[in-house]
Design a protein around this ligand. Sequence first.
Ligand SMILES: [Zn+2]
Length: 57
Amino acid sequence: MHIKKLLKKKREIPLEIDDHFKLFGKEPWEVEFGEKCPVCNVRIDEYGFCSCGSGGD
Ligand SMILES: [Zn+2]
């Protein structure tokens, strides 16, 4: 199962350098992603952020 791999990965990134954790309070793989952004073609996460930051606007 993939779940076990994900759990093992959990503390792979030290918190000090984990900008995503600092920003969102959870690890990148814990964030739920929705539709792809039409601008940068990256999935928009549950907070409405993507790579270009437009969130599809
Ligand atoms: Zn985007």
